[in-house]
Design a protein around this ligand. Structure first.
Ligand code: CP
Ligand code: NVA
Length: 308
């Protein structure tokens, strides 16, 4: 059974096949209304549970629309409205849900919850974000980079800011797709050492540079994310803002990158905090393509999980 839990746990051949399939499905829908069924209906008769223990706009809507375009049925569930949020174990929830649905997508806090769900479910489980990683986002980002600039192999990606869950999935992708990552941010918010080690073990050059302008030099893409993630305590907000302000992606930082470098952000963004509106709305920004590509990438992930 194919669970989609993380990019480092999925083979490069399967990842590449999903990216190719996502791009083909995207091409096949050009000019069609969003609600029109795809010509092929590989999810016909399949029921998909989308469970959220944290808020979501993109993940929720893109999975829902994508599954329906392929003929599937979906139910969007809030963790706190389920017995899961009131003491029923994750293992029992996984066993019960597997009797009703054909696939479970889960957005949760602790990665251990996702892994326990996958261990006890008898249907595929997809990681829709945990405190630790966000693989669906980076699959969409790979589609986005490729469609604008071609293969990622050998490119220099610069991550500026918090070494968070999204950064971890970028590092996993660096290892699997063969590109390099320079992290620039404060030492207290360094990237996950296991993700750095994974990327390096696959031959990626991972550099940590505290100087944001020097780090940005020669970048093919500059990537950032919110300074305060959903799992971060509200009490840390002020400290994080103070630490991360020097790592804002602005005109000066983009000016150090290659002239054709892309600016990427998974969204939601806090304008003029982690990135200026000038950059977000500028000609190098592909942020809304990243959002759109969630739809196409996840359709490919759903098909891979279900083997259809
Ligand atoms: N990028 C992303 O996962 O967005 P949502 O939180 O809106 O799903
Ligand atoms: N790092 C952010 C990503 C949101 C899509 C968070 O976890 O809140």
């Amino acid at each position: 059974m194919n669970h989609f839990l993380d990019i480092d746990k999925t083979s490069p051949a399967d990842l590449t096949a999903m990216i190719r399939n996502a791009r083909a499905m995207k091409d096949a829908r050009i000019g069609k209304p969003k609600g029109m069924a795809d010509a092929e209906q590989p999810l016909a008769g399949r029921m998909i549970a989308l469970i959220f223990e944290k808020p979501s706009t993109r993940t929720r809507i893109s999975f829902d629309v994508g599954a329906r375009q392929m003929g599937g049925e979906t139910m969007v569930l809030s963790g706190k409205d389920m017995q899961l949020g009131h003491g029923e174990s994750i293992a029992d929830t996984a066993r019960v849900l597997s009797r009703y649905v054909d696939l479970i997508m889960l957005r949760t806090f602790d990665e251990a919850t996702l892994l326990e769900m996958a261990e006890h479910a008898t249907v595929p489980v997809i990681n829709g974000l945990t405190d630790t990683s966000h693989p669906c986002q980076i699959m969409a980002d790979i589609v986005t980079y490729e469609e604008h600039r071609g293969p990622l192999k050998g490119r220099k990606f610069v991550w500026s800011g918090d070494g968070n869950n999204v950064c971890t999935s970028w590092l996993h992708a660096a290892g699997q797709f063969g590109f390099d990552v320079t992290f620039t941010g404060p030492e207290t918010l360094d990237p996950n050492p296991r993700a750095v080690e994974f990327a390096r073990s696959k031959g990626s050059n991972v550099v940590i540079d505290r100087d944001p302008l020097r780090a940005a030099q020669g970048a093919d893409a500059i990537v950032t994310d919110t300074w305060v993630s959903m799992h971060d305590p509200e009490s840390a907000r002020e400290r994080r803002h103070n630490q991360l302000r020097p790592y804002q992606v602005n005109g000066a930082m983009m000016g150090e990158a290659k002239p054709d470098a892309l600016f990427m952000h998974c969204l939601p963004a806090h304008r003029n905090e982690e990135a200026t509106s000038e950059v977000m709305d500028g000609p190098q920004s592909v942020i809304f393509d990243e959002s759109e590509n969630r739809l196409h990438a996840q359709k490919a992930i759903l098909r891979w999980c279900l083997g259809v």
